[in-house]
Write a new protein. Structure first.
Length: 269
C-alpha cells in the first residue's frame, strides 16, 4: 500500500458557485465530499516553439496518482489568493522562482529584466514615485527561472541599500524577457473525486529564459515531465503512453488543445 505524501489537514476556503467564501474545510474533507467547492490553480507552460509542458503526477498523490496533467497545479490554501498560489506552486513543483524584485543596475549588467504592469503583479506605485523624486532609477521587476545554485541572474528581494555609490549614472534600459503570468480564465470543474473552482494561467517561455531543468522537478510531486506538440500529445494518448487526469483534460480544452481522451483518467494500478 502506498501512503499519500499530501497533508490531509491542510485548510482550504470553501466557496459557492460564484466563488464567494462560505466556510473552511480540510484537504481530507473536500476530497470526501463533492459538495465542498474549493479553489485551485493550474499553470500551463509553453516554450518558444509552442510546445506545452505536461507532468506525470507522483503515485503518492491523494488524487490522480500516476496520471498526466497540466504543467503545474495546486490547491489554494485558506486565506490565500489564486495568483500567490500559482507562484508558490511553480516554485514547489518545478523550481521556477517567479520573484518580482526591486532592482536597478548599471548599464553593463547582463541581468534580464522585463516590464511589468499592476494587472499581473502587485506593484508599490508610491515606492516608484518616491524613487523618481529622489533621482533614483525606476525599479524593474525581475522574473527569473533560477533556483539554488543554478546559473542565471542573481536576485535581490529588496532595493539596493543606498543610491549613493551609483548616483545618477546611466542605467541599462530593461530588456524584455517575455515571462508573464497570464490569466486564461476561471471555471467550475466537477472532477470525479472533488469539485474545484479552478483558475487557469499560462506562461510562455522565451528563448532568453531557457528550458526547464529535470533536476528541478519536485520528486515528491512529479514522476517526470515533457514538452509536447499537439501531434506528439495525440500520438502518446492514442498509443496509451500517457493517461490524462480529468483536471488536466479540462485545462487543455480551455487552452484550445484537442486531445483524443478515450483512455483519459484511467487509474494507474
Amino acid at each position: 500500500m502506498i501512503f499519500s505524501t499530501d497533508d490531509k489537514h491542510e485548510l482550504f476556503d470553501i466557496v459557492d458557485k460564484d466563488d464567494n467564501v462560505v466556510g473552511r474545510a480540510t484537504r481530507g474533507e473536500v476530497h470526501r465530499n463533492k459538495n465542498l467547492i474549493h479553489r485551485s490553480v493550474g499553470v500551463a507552460i509553453l516554450n518558444s516553439r509552442g510546445e506545452i509542458f505536461l507532468q506525470q503526477r507522483s503515485v503518492t498523490k491523494d488524487t490522480d496518482p500516476g496520471l498526466w496533467t497540466i504543467s503545474c497545479s495546486g490547491h489554494v490554501l485558506a486565506g490565500d489568493d489564486y495568483r500567490v498560489t500559482a507562484i508558490r506552486e511553480l516554485k514547489e513543483e518545478l523550481g521556477l522562482d517567479l520573484v518580482h524584485s526591486f532592482l536597478y543596475l548599471p548599464k553593463k549588467s547582463s541581468a534580464t529584466f522585463f516590464g511589468c504592469s499592476k494587472s499581473f503583479f502587485s506593484i508599490s506605485l508610491s515606492s516608484q514615485r518616491n524613487r523618481r523624486k529622489k533621482g533614483w532609477p525606476s525599479a524593474g521587476f525581475l522574473v527569473s527561472l533560477t533556483s539554488g545554485d543554478r546559473e542565471g541572474p542573481r536576485l535581490r528581494d529588496k532595493p539596493f541599500p543606498s543610491p549613493s555609490p551609483l548616483g545618477k549614472r546611466n542605467y541599462q534600459k530593461p530588456a524584455r524577457a517575455e515571462i508573464i503570468l497570464e490569466l486564461v480564465g476561471k471555471y467550475l470543474c466537477h472532477a470525479p473525486d472533488e469539485t474545484k473552482m479552478q483558475m487557469l494561467y499560462r506562461i510562455e517561455l522565451s528563448k532568453e529564459v531557457g528550458p526547464l531543468r529535470r533536476s528541478d522537478l519536485n520528486k515528491n510531486e512529479i514522476i517526470q515531465g515533457k514538452f509536447f506538440t499537439q501531434k506528439e500529445l495525440d500520438k502518446a494518448i492514442k498509443k496509451d503512453k500517457i493517461r490524462l487526469s480529468f483536471m488536466g483534460k479540462k485545462a487543455l480544452e480551455k487552452l484550445g488543445w484537442n486531445c483524443d481522451t478515450s483512455n483519459s483518467a484511467i487509474p494507474i494500478t
